[in-house]
Write a protein of this length. Structure first.
Length: 143
């Protein structure tokens, strides 16, 4: 997996939560995870609007038979902002692909609907001009 999140600072040890996951799926430490129902996670893909669950706290092998994974839900992480993702410091961020973040959406739901729907999951602590780069993001705080 590429573009894994890198811990800068964990708040309360990252407030780890265990989520269910498919037993035959590999999850990499630092992978951005989306929430699927019921209380289950899988890797972000950037297909449609994804709801953020957290960041994988450990590796999980596809062959280990495990059906749960520990997930960081609070902290400051270096996250990869894809090309074209112009994000300003202080702006909320969302999932935009496999381990990729972006800023606001240009169309669709209103900002309030997106915020209450779990689409925005963190606050950018740095600005990116739209070139593919890594920026610091605080997750688990109100964006």
């Amino acid at each position: 997996m590429t573009n894994e999140a890198v811990i800068i600072e964990l708040i309360n040890q990252g407030e780890q939560v265990r989520f269910d996951c498919a037993s035959g799926v590999a999850i990499t430490k630092g992978q951005l995870l989306k929430l699927i129902d019921p209380r289950k996670v899988s890797g972000s893909e950037g297909v449609g609007i994804e709801r953020f669950a957290g960041i994988a706290a450990a590796d999980k092998s596809a062959t280990d038979g495990a059906t749960s994974v520990s997930v960081h839900t609070k902290g400051i992480f270096d996250l990869y902002a894809g090309a074209g993702a112009a994000i300003t410091a202080g702006q909320p961020v969302r999932l935009s692909g496999a381990n990729i973040i972006a800023g606001v959406l240009s169309s669709g739901a209103t900002f309030t609907e997106l915020l209450s729907g779990g689409i925005f999951f963190g606050k950018a602590l740095e600005t990116t001009t739209g070139a593919a780069e890594t920026i610091a993001v605080m997750i688990g705080a109100n964006p």
